[in-house]
Write a protein that binds this ligand. Sequence first.
Ligand SMILES: Cc1cc2nc3c(=O)[nH]c(=O)nc-3n(C[C@H](O)[C@H](O)[C@H](O)COP(=O)(O)O)c2cc1C
Length: 186
Amino acid sequence: MSTILVIIGSTRARRIGPAIAAWVAALGRAALPARFELVDLRDWPLPMDAEPGIPAMGAYAFEQTRAWSRKVGAADAFVFVTPQYNWGYPAPLKNALDHLYREWSGKPAMIVTYGSHGGGKCADQLRQVLEGLHMAPVATMPGLKLGRDRVEANSGLIDPAAAFADHLEALDEAFADLDAALRRAG
Ligand SMILES: Cc1cc2nc3c(=O)[nH]c(=O)nc-3n(C[C@H](O)[C@H](O)[C@H](O)COP(=O)(O)O)c2cc1C
């Protein structure tokens, strides 16, 4: 059975990312015969200025990087669930991607973004970076629209099933793409 890591892009205080990612993972479990595991980047402190080497060489100086390498290397595919910040994606997500290289290579990925307009600009940027890492991002990139009131409330609370009921079709389509990509990857 394939292992799919669902990576939560937000690490900030009062974030809604974990609730959205848990909901997306539950939809994934219903859609695909795979093991979906949530990954919270808060649990993976990866200092931006510690590793002296080039990640593509795969020689990591620090145990936390080696542990991250094992985690990502053992996965078959990824679902990135990320907010849009100023038209891009959060810096901790870029940092987690940039710590490794070969571990991501050749693996299918699904991008789910959220923001007041759905986060399409962030999805395009993330897609380009994943392609740079030789990953295979699937065509459907659901962009979950957050109401203005929710963004302004910044409460950390959300019921994704109610807030994003209109996006179920796009999520189903994206999971079907991911399933097909996993089958192609063998
Ligand atoms: C630094 C920052 C930048 C943001 N930029 C955008 C943006 O470009 N577009 C957008 O729709 N929402 C933007 N927002 C609002 C976020 O969509 C909203 O705060 C959301 O809850 C962030 O996800 P999180 O709570 O999981 O961190 C921004 C929020 C932050 C904190």
